[in-house]
Design a protein around this ligand. Structure first.
Ligand SMILES: Nc1ncnc2c1ncn2[C@@H]1O[C@H](COP(=O)(O)OP(=O)(O)OP(=O)(O)O)[C@@H](O)[C@H]1O
Length: 756
């Protein structure tokens, strides 16, 4: 072996015209380059990790209010490190999870598509070898000046072109079909999770783990599906190529009576060494693409905010601020891309150097070894090889003969025979090495896939957990005690220990239920009340005292951290101050969230809808636009019209309880009173948040929050009004503070004595 190495060095020195010292210097320089890269790169990414954490902290800091402090940064950083996407066990587990969604069983359509794709890939490998030989034969007949044979081969060549182009197109077609099929499976799965138990709300409000769910649901899923489909072909095809080339090459080398161990051993050694070097210096592509997706998502988010608030921004003339925010979001993305390009530049350079030059050089050395190390002029007449027997060469005897000559059939001319051997072996090696190159460069794609896989798999995990009521709101400082309320924590997360019970007698009962925000701020430590059907409740209190939060708790949107909530199933209908308008026609606005089929099943006709529209004084819209015009109703309807449309929705659904959150603030007082009376006549029990005293008379009970966690639940009658008057008189005697002024304003509104 040492003699082989020494001879190899000698030949290399001669070939490159350099001495041994220069050669050793080059090797040391290459090693130094690899080492520097390995040391420098982690430094770059370490800085990147910190930037990323700081960005996250700043973002979360803005979100956390009411004195909630940030948690220990160090443990966060450590946690972040462990979740950096890369080619590791975590990626494999996440990938298996996605594969089980994309290919649910062995008899699904995707397996059929993959089998078809594999068959076509295999056929292409055979076909390219066949075409290569056919081209060789064409060249041979040109050289021999045999027009008849030349035409015959050319006809074959054209005949082969038809299946060849068909196979190539089919490969592309099937790759796209597989990508779409995978995407459909992933999208179906994610939509199911996204809409299960209001997860779309929970992940945005209650959970802090998914920063931009829309980006993951669209772009990331698409990238995972198309990359997996592309990688399948990119890995399978080179494997076929390597296998077939290796068989052909082994037969060829055997024909030279050369050692079958040394050559493959050297090639394998070099390939393994290059793979190790590349792995060692490879940038964290997974992490980089995950960060890129996050930044793209943020840019998209800023754009969509401008679209949905265009009118407000235009009124304020806020284009400068919005433009600077858009620019800054784009700058963050472009800086990241620049950083990525820079990192890729060095890696691609090294990759090209190893794969294009080191491998080709090694290949040339290996195929030349049987010639260079031969003891004298070639004495053995090479035997016909198995290569000739391969069906790949076609059934034309002249082609087979030509191949036989190429691999050494012409014993009289040893120089030309050695040239033929070398050329054939080199061609086979080049095809094989380009296949290995494609396989190795797939590594980069796989690591990039890891980034997108991590984002999609994490999204599935968070959606699954959110639908089960498991949340992780990061950066919340433990507030174990607030007034009389103790919140129990498991690790970092507060435990929602309250009970939700379905009421069988249609009553709403709250027993010691605290109102706690998703940031764990306790707005009211304990609330108890009982409400029967037809007991209409008026809810009052200063801003931020928890009125709307009570509705969120009653609707089951927010978890309850203690006590018991009894409420009837599917019997509450919430109407906010700014009602939501759905995509669709006028009928869809009224019946939302019912569909047209639901409406037919309920035997409600368009005449009934027209009657409802008359009740809310919107019949002119039906006359103008009909029930079937699809328009952007959010922009077309005025604020008051939208509120009346939401009331039309209430009259259509006729729920047991209506949760009305200042939902008629833009409706004129006479129409408002009519609407309230109609709702009561329909048998709907009202829970109303309002500051309008004119609505007093429609309610039987009152719940008053004081803004400091205390509350009063009472019947609303003349006595009650008297007690409010008494409270006002006492307040007037006290020195004026912010609290007393606020309460006085509140009482004035309730008593209808607000003269401002
Ligand atoms: N999604 C949320 N995450 C964290 N805190 C929230 C969230 N929504 C509301 N809060 C906080 O909960 C508290 C009560 O809010 P709520 O909306 O119930 O007030 P409100 O009494 O309806 O006020 P207003 O009369 O102004 O509508 C406020 O301090 C608010 O900042």
């Amino acid at each position: 072996m040492p003699t082989v190495v020494s001879k190899f060095m000698e030949k290399t020195e001669q070939a490159l015209h350099i001495n041994r010292t220069t050669l050793s210097g080059a090797v040391v320089a290459a090693a130094l380059f690899a080492y520097t890269y390995k040391v420098a790169y982690p430094l770059i990414t370490r800085r990147d990790d910190v930037t990323n954490i700081n960005n996250n902290l700043v973002k979360k800091n803005v979100q956390t209010q009411n004195g909630v402090k940030l948690k220990n940064n160090l443990s966060k950083r450590q946690r972040l490190r462990t979740t950096i996407p890369a080619l590791n066990l975590q990626f494999i587990l996440q990938f298996i999870k996605l594969v089980r969604i994309m290919i649910p069983n062995l008899f699904c359509a995707e397996i059929g598509l993959l089998t078809g794709h594999t068959t076509f890939l295999f056929l292409r490998t055979f076909l390219s070898i066949y075409v290569a030989n056919l081209e060789g034969a064409i060249v041979k007949y040109i050289v021999r000046k045999e027009p008849k044979n030349f035409s015959k081969q050319l006809m074959k060549w054209f005949a082969v072109a038809i299946p060849a182009t068909f196979i190539n197109s089919m490969i592309k077609y099937l790759e796209s079909k597989i990508a779409l099929s995978f995407r459909t499976r992933l999208v179906d799965h994610s939509y199911k999770l996204y809409f299960k138990n209001q997860s779309y709300y929970r992940v945005t409000v209650l959970d802090g783990r998914l920063d931009n769910c829309a980006q993951r649901l669209t772009d990331d899923i698409e990238t995972v599906a198309s990359t997996v489909s592309h990688l399948y072909g990119q890995i399978t095809k080179p494997m076929f190529d390597i296998l077939l080339m290796a068989i052909a090459l082994a037969n060829l080398v055997k024909s030279r009576n050369a050692n079958l161990i040394t050559g493959p051993a050297i090639i394998s050694g070099v390939v393994v060494f290059s793979a190790l070097v590349l792995k060692l210096v490879s940038p964290r592509f997974g992490q980089l693409v995950a960060q890129e997706a996050e930044k793209k998502g943020y840019l998209r988010h800023v754009h969509s905010r401008i679209v949905s608030n265009a009118e407000e921004i235009a009124f304020y003339g806020g284009h400068k601020v919005e433009q600077s925010q858009l620019r800054s979001a784009f700058r963050i993305l472009s800086q990241h891309l620049e950083h990525m390009f820079g990192v890729k530049l060095w890696f691609v350079m090294l990759e090209q150097f190893l794969m294009k030059y080191v491998w080709s050089g090694t290949g040339m050395i290996v195929v030349s070894l049987p010639i260079l190390l031969a003891a004298g002029p070639l004495s053995n007449t090479p035997k016909p090889t198995k290569l000739m027997n391969l069906p790949l060469l076609g059934d034309d005897p002249s082609v087979a003969l030509s191949a036989a000559k190429m691999v050494g059939g012409d014993a009289q001319d040893s120089v030309s025979e050695r040239t033929h051997y070398f050329t054939t072996a080199k061609n086979l090696l080049l095809t094989g090495s380009s296949a290995v190159e494609r396989l190795m460069s797939s590594y980069k794609d796989i690591v990039e896939l890891a980034g997108h896989t991590a984002r999609v798999a994490n999204m599935f995990t968070v959606l699954e957990e959110a639908s089960k009521g498991i949340y992780h709101k990061t950066m919340v400082e433990k507030k174990e005690k607030c007034g009389d309320l103790e919140i129990e924590f498991k690790g970092d997360q507060p435990l929602a220990k309250g009970k939700m019970i379905i009421s069988t007698n249609n009553e709403i009962i709250l027993k010691d239920v605290p109102i706690v925000t998703p940031n764990c701020d306790v707005v009211c430590p304990s609330l108890s009340l009982e409400l029967k059907p037809s007991q209409h409740l008026l809810i009052t209190g200063p801003n931020g005292c928890g009125k709307s939060s009570l509705f969120r708790i009653l609707s089951g949107l927010w978890p309850i951290y203690g006590g018991e909530l009894h409420s009837p199933k599917n019997s509450m209908f919430y109407i906010p101050q700014r009602p939501y308008m759905v995509i669709g026609n006028l009928r869809d606005q009224i019946i939302y969230p019912d569909t047209a089929t639901d409406m037919i099943n309920k035997q409600i006709t368009e005449d009934d809808l027209l009657k409802i529209m008359r009740l809310v004084h919107l019949e002119h819209i039906v006359e103008r636009d009909t029930f079937h015009q699809v328009k952007d109703w959010t922009d077309i309807l005025s604020g008051g019209e939208k509120q009346r449309m939401a009331i039309a929705r209430l009259f259509y659904h006729k729920p047991k309880y209506a949760l009305l959150d200042e939902c008629t603030s833009a409706v004129s007082i006479d129409v408002e009173s009519f609407i309230y009376q109609t709702a009561i006549d329909m048998g709907i029990t009202l829970l109303t948040i309002t500051h309008r005293p004119t609505l007093w008379k429609f309610h039987t009970h009152i719940l008053q929050f004081d803004g400091a966690g205390a509350w009063k639940f009472d019947q609303l009658n003349a006595n009650n009004r008297l007690s409010l008057k008494k409270e006002k008189e006492e307040l007037l005697k006290k020195p004026s503070t912010l609290e007393t002024t606020q309460r006085l304003n509140e009482l004035n509104k309730l008593l209808g004595e607000d003269h401002n």
